[in-house]
Write a protein that binds this ligand. Structure first.
Ligand code: BG6
Length: 498
């Protein structure tokens, strides 16, 4: 599992994502001996900094923020970090970068493999890729030796049209095999384990279809608000921020057909096929099956918090949605007419992400209940985060002389069973990228298929705002009433953890 020696060149190296996610992930890989035997990290951003100042930022983040106590390990990691600054569109800056990288190749890796990580707003992606290509930095050798890979953070475009344009631009500068599109949800242990649960156990798959499954719910609830990301979020909104990527990718893993092998192209193509099978929206379903809402002030974890309009960098009359709930259907033999409910929002009651598969009731009730409609269902819950684990509700006999039924859960928690917290998604994805494994990355077709689901909704909201009202919900609640009503119409309810 040890990747080839390589340089990791991070664009946007003064930004928040780098210190919050990327550096800790690289450091953890380092401490677990999963980094290449020789490597270096070269930061690039507009902010002028010396190597020492860059190292000081990393040191500070690892020790003070991420509470790493092994200072010797931190210093050893830092000795492989370098920095250079420049404007993203200035070709001279790329020449300097090239020179610095060549020096690092010589000092550290003796190889020219490079992983470029674009931790940058998407509008900068085309410029950076053009300049990288013009300066020859992304040129690969024969048989990808040395290799050059470029990792792109979402969002991939703002809508279908811009995503296609972006893709055209990227593929004119890079080979498809050089492009790695990250959706960090695919790197989460629990999201990956969906496939193991489904395909490494015989008992679920025979029931995994419309004959036995009543409905599926996917919830990604966050208790945080938009924090300091108002500038980005105002333009994105919840549908682009969470559904176009994370939610639809999780849905595809839960509902796709079994891939023939656990190889990138097999898994990616099954995910895409599933997205293509989602029933296209009609004017009626756009209006009736989707709820958008924005939070107003309320209490989260017993603390009073502002409404969305009170957050920094938010327009006072903003109509950006911070919550989306929807019902959709998948038109294929396996899932015909099984309602799929998905919701995600900021400033909800708690941080809780789960996928709940509710099975149909038994066809006949033996145990004294009036009818089988009173029998509770079996529910399989994949707990994505926090408290990662799996929970299966089953029914059994209560001890005693009467045939009384009790519902209980067969469950396990990763932290208890494996005595470890799951690996961070970025760790896994950075490692896979260095290893050249694309299984957990998005394909061009996957991104396009997801936009085809989201685009009509965005257009409908823009063109018919009167038919898609922006509801409100109190911070700290489980969303607007309209989202509960969406399920009630089918006799269902959201599973709100207590
Ligand atoms: C990001 C979104 O992709 O995912 C954020 O841009 C969101 O708005 C985040 O908060 C959620 O990720 P996680 O891993 O904290 O669930």
């Amino acid at each position: 599992l040890t990747p080839d020696s390589c340089g990791i060149i991070i664009f946007g190296a003064s930004g928040d994502l780098v210190y919050r996610k990327l550096i800790p992930a690289l450091f953890n890989l380092y401490t677990r001996n999963l980094m290449p035997i020789t490597f270096y990290i070269l930061g690039f951003a507009r902010t002028e900094m010396t190597d020492e100042e860059f190292k000081e930022r990393i040191r500070n983040s690892l020790i003070s923020v991420h509470k790493i106590s092994d200072t010797q390990m931190v210093e050893s990691f830092l000795s492989q970090c370098r920095y250079t600054s420049g404007e993203y569109n200035d070709i001279e800056a790329y020449r300097r970068l090239q020179k610095k990288a060549a020096g690092c190749d010589c000092d550290f890796t003796k190889k020219e493999n490079k992983l470029f990580y674009l931790a940058l707003p998407p509008q900068l992606h085309p410029t950076v890729v053009s300049r990288l290509s013009q300066s020859g930095l992304t040129m690969e050798g024969e048989n990808e030796d040395p290799w050059a890979r470029v990792v792109f953070e979402k969002p991939f475009g703002h809508d279908l049209k811009s995503a296609l344009e972006l893709d055209k631009h990227l593929t004119s500068m890079l080979n498809p095999s050089q492009i790695f599109r990250i959706d960090h949800y695919l790197g989460k242990e629990t999201v990956q384990s969906i496939l193991m649960l489904r395909f490494a156990n015989i008992m679920f798959e025979p029931l995994w279809n419309q004959r036995y499954i009543d409905n599926i719910q996917i919830t990604v609830a966050e208790s945080v608000g938009v924090e300091h990301r108002g500038g980005y979020y105002e333009k994105a909104g919840c549908l682009r921020d969470m559904f176009q990527n994370h939610m639809l990718q999780m849905l595809s893993l839960v509902t796709m057909e079994p891939p023939t092998r656990f190889k990138a192209h097999c898994v990616q193509s099954e995910r895409v096929k599933l997205l293509h099978a989602i029933r296209p929206w009609s004017e009626r379903t756009l209006k009736d099956n989707i709820v958008r809402a924005q939070y107003v002030e309320g209490k989260v974890n017993n603390e009073d918090v502002h409404g969305y309009h009170g957050e920094p960098n938010i327009a006072p009359d903003s109509t950006t949605e911070t919550f989306v709930g929807m019902k959709l259907y998948i038109d294929n033999w396996r899932w015909q007419d099984v309602p799929i409910y998905m919701r995600s929002g900021k400033r909800l009651s708690m941080r809780e992400s789960e996928i709940a598969v509710t099975f149909k009731r038994v066809p006949h009730s033996l145990f004294g209940l009036e009818s089988q409609h009173e029998m509770p269902s079996n529910i399989l819950v994949m707990k994505i985060q926090p408290n990662e684990g799996v929970d299966l509700t089953i029914h059994t006999k209560q001890p005693g002389p009467k045939a009384c039924m009790a519902s209980l859960s067969l469950s396990f928690k990763y932290s208890e069973v494996f005595d470890t917290v799951p690996q961070d998604a970025y760790e896994r994805l950075l490692l896979d990228c260095m290893l050249g494994d694309r299984t957990l990355f998005l394909s061009r077709e996957g991104v396009e298929a997801a936009w085809k689901i989201v685009d009509p909704v965005l257009n409908f909201w823009r063109d018919h705002p009167e038919q898609a009202p922006l509801h409100t919900y109190s911070a700290g609640s489980w969303g607007p009433k309209a989202s509960d009503e969406l399920l009630l119409r089918n006799g269902h309810q959201w599973r709100n953890p207590p």
